[in-house]
Design a protein around this ligand. Structure first.
Ligand code: APR
Length: 233
């Protein structure tokens, strides 16, 4: 017998923001088609060529002003507001579309474009000027800000909280992620290990597709609102 669903963990990736006009990473028009990961998304790249790296993220941050949450982000915010049990939305996305849609129980495991991290005093702050212009940290006044983005080779944020939520969830849902990047790609196996049901919604089967009890293939903007209505029935 399927266990009743009280606690939900939802993982989202670049695919949920694709219909809003934010580029995904892999695939023909993906961000990694135009750039080598090692040139822009590693601590070594930042040490070697900070201006190139800052400009890459400045451009992506500027692009956020031109895009809007789509029905998938909105449906997840509606679920968050209405769901009585535990719910944790873990996003790999560094855009702010879940925040703008109104999701509250939200965690950005790969950081956020709108946040800067000071390498001098360790404080986090909002970004008001392009970081390639070397603005001063509002806390220590040193021009030592880097994008608050988790790069390859760095530890994603709040892993303990995520692992706990995975161990306690009855349903794990993955939306719009290729399943190519760990540790997020392994969440489905963790959740299953603890007995959760697992559902994937993606344009095409992800790399970990075989680990899901159910896979729904299609656009997030169409699939997610339907699923949320099912959950709230
Ligand atoms: N609806 C649903 N899924 C979609 C849509 C859509 N409209 N458009 C694309 N997709 C799917 C693609 O088929 C692909 O499987 O979304 C997935 C996006 O995969 P990636 O580009 O690999 O993005 P993601 O899984 O989020 O990448 C993980 O890799 O480089 C890093 O740190 C970066 O957080 C990112 C991580």
């Amino acid at each position: 017998m399927e266990r009743e669903i009280h606690n939900i963990v939802i993982l989202t990736g670049a695919g949920i923001s694709a219909e809003s006009g934010v580029a995904t990473f892999r695939g023909p028009d993906g961000l990694w088609e135009g750039h080598r990961v090692e040139d822009v998304a590693t601590p070594e790249a930042f040490e070697r060529d900070p201006v190139l790296v800052q400009k890459f993220y400045d451009e992506r941050r500027a692009k956020l002003k031109t895009v809007h949450p789509n029905p998938a982000h909105q449906a997840l915010a509606k679920l968050d507001a209405a769901w009585g049990g535990d719910l944790l939305l873990v996003t790999q996305n560094v855009d702010d579309l879940h925040d703008r849609a109104g999701s509250k129980r939200l965690l950005h495991m790969h950081g956020e474009l709108n946040s800067a991290w000071c390498l001098n005093c360790d404080a986090r702050s909002g970004v008001s000027h392009p970081l390639s212009h070397h603005p001063a940290c509002p806390h220590c006044k040193q021009p030592a800000l880097r994008p608050d983005i988790v790069w390859f080779g760095e530890m994603p944020y709040q892993m303990e909280r995520i692992e706990l939520a995975l161990a306690q969830c009855d349903l794990f849902v993955s939306i719009g992620t290729s399943g190519a990047v760990y540790p997020a790609a392994g969440f489905v196996q963790s959740a299953r290990h603890y007995g959760a049901q697992t559902l994937e919604m993606n344009l095409d089967p992800s790399e970990g597709s075989l680990y899901f009890h159910e896979s729904r293939m299609g656009k997030a903007g169409e699939l997610v609102p339907v699923w949320v209505e099912e959950m709230l029935k």
